[in-house]
Design a protein around this ligand. Structure first.
Ligand code: GCO
Ligand code: MG
Length: 412
């Protein structure tokens, strides 16, 4: 079964997506997600210029061999662009193999280990009132686990807060569902860690008082704290029993989590901007985290993320795969198949894609009582309507960035 065509499809229905479509000589097709938010075209070039020519003629069944070939033959290993490109090839090959077998992909990964995947959504608000409404809205949509992000007094616009009126007016989508803004330059947001550290525990106290002790609550620090600040936050949130506290310190230095871990029993999650097992090696071995946040899309695909998660399982560390809107429906489907099959599944992030996106990508997954299931169509269960995709050409878009009050650039 040979690859005879490899097409890189760029489309921007509600946001930019990059998809690789492989076709075999017996007429099967497979899809892989290669979307790298705000840097999409770098992966397009990597694929079109350097990978597509190597794929024509290869045996589509040889997934592990193709992975090792693309990873090792480049010499320049790792990094988000390379690993997103390899991921797209890997997932497209798994899609093809599962279609050839006539089975949903999770069957090839060992079969279902559970009936569905617990998923969490993003509630947010500038004020507690707005936040409570957002939590309730998510509960009405079926969510049984909820991430809570709050505005901070004195800060105009910060990561993860939905009520950004300018953004919504410009884009027609809620900010928490889509932080990347179309336009020639990144939007500037503001930040003050001391105000944040003072305010966040009061919000979690209010949320627990309003919604009770049962509801699993999560929070994302988005890499903005120093280790000692992160330790303080973890400690001050302990009474509110978080499911996890995410990305507390910058990801370049994972061993910073040692200090955080020494000070708090709040469970820690990290990894959405990691891209290989090497980023995780030390923090898994030293048991510095509780959840692996990588997406299939940014971590070399199913083949490589499964290895990371198998390693993590030896230390009772679970999956918490990244699932914001910048993971395309193809990347989400791959995550669902992997999550259904592995033993150490923890939770799946799930934000809804917009209607235009859902018209480009026809999907087989189901959402029932807060649980996702990838469906039982052969392959990963996603089709791409090329004509519909063609209606939405690429649009320049950037993620925002932060400045402190004195103008210093800060982690966003
Ligand atoms: C999350 C993430 C996202 C990222 C986004 C960047 O936890 O879902 O932090 O909100 O900011 O994916 O592209
Ligand atoms: Mg995050």
């Amino acid at each position: 079964m040979k690859i005879i065509a490899a097409d890189v499809i760029v489309t921007s229905p509600d946001r930019n997506f990059v998809t690789l479509k492989l076709t075999t000589d017996d007429g099967l097709t497979g899809l892989g997600d290669a979307t790298l938010n705000g840097r999409e075209l770098s992966v397009v070039a990597y694929l079109r210029e350097h990978v597509v020519p190597l794929l024509i003629g290869i045996d589509a069944h040889r997934i592990e061999d193709t992975w090792q070939f693309l990873y090792r033959s480049a010499y320049w290993r790792r990094g988000p662009v390379t690993m997103a490109a390899i991921a797209a090839v890997d997932v497209a090959l798994w899609d093809i193999k599962a279609k050839a077998a006539g089975m949903p992909l999770y069957q090839l990964l060992g079969g279902a280990s559970r009936t569905g995947l617990l998923a969490y959504g993003h509630a947010s608000g500038k004020s507690n009132e707005e936040l409570f409404d957002s939590v309730r809205e998510h509960q009405e949509q079926g969510y049984r686990a909820i991430r809570v992000q709050t505005g901070v007094p004195g800060l105009k616009s910060i990561y993860g807060i939905a009520s950004n009126a300018t953004f919504e007016a410009n884009t027609g989508v809620r900010y928490d569902h889509e932080p990347a803004q179309r336009g020639a330059r990144p939007a500037e947001e503001d930040w003050d860690t001391r105000s944040y550290l003072r305010h966040v525990p009061t919000v979690f106290e209010a949320v627990r008082n309003e919604f009770g002790p049962e509801l699993p609550l999560l929070h994302d620090g988005h890499h903005r704290m120093t280790p000692i600040q992160a330790a303080k936050l973890g400690k001050s949130l302990e009474p509110y029993d978080l499911f996890w506290l995410e990305d507390v310190t910058p990801a370049e230095n994972p061993e910073a989590l040692r200090l955080v871990r020494q000070h708090t029993t709040t469970p820690l999650a990290i990894g959405e901007i990691f891209n290989t097992v090497w980023d995780y090696q030390q923090i898994i071995r030293e048991q510095l985290i509780d959840y692996v946040r990588s997406a299939v899309t940014h971590t070399g695909g199913i083949t490589h993320l499964k290895k990371i998660l198998d390693y993590a399982s030896q230390y009772q560390i679970k999956s918490g795969m990244h699932g914001p809107t910048d993971i395309s429906p193809v990347g989400m489907a791959a995550a669902m198949h992997l999550g259904l099959a592995i033993h150490n599944f923890g939770i799946q992030e799930y934000m809804r894609h917009g209607d235009k996106t859902n018209a480009v990508f026809q999907q087989s997954f189901t959402w029932t009582d807060g649980m996702l299931h990838p469906g039982d169509k052969p392959g990963i269960g996603v089709d791409l309507d090329v004509d519909e995709a063609g209606r939405y050409p690429y649009e320049t878009a950037y993620l925002p960035y932060n400045r402190l009050a004195d103008g210093t650039v800060h982690d966003w």
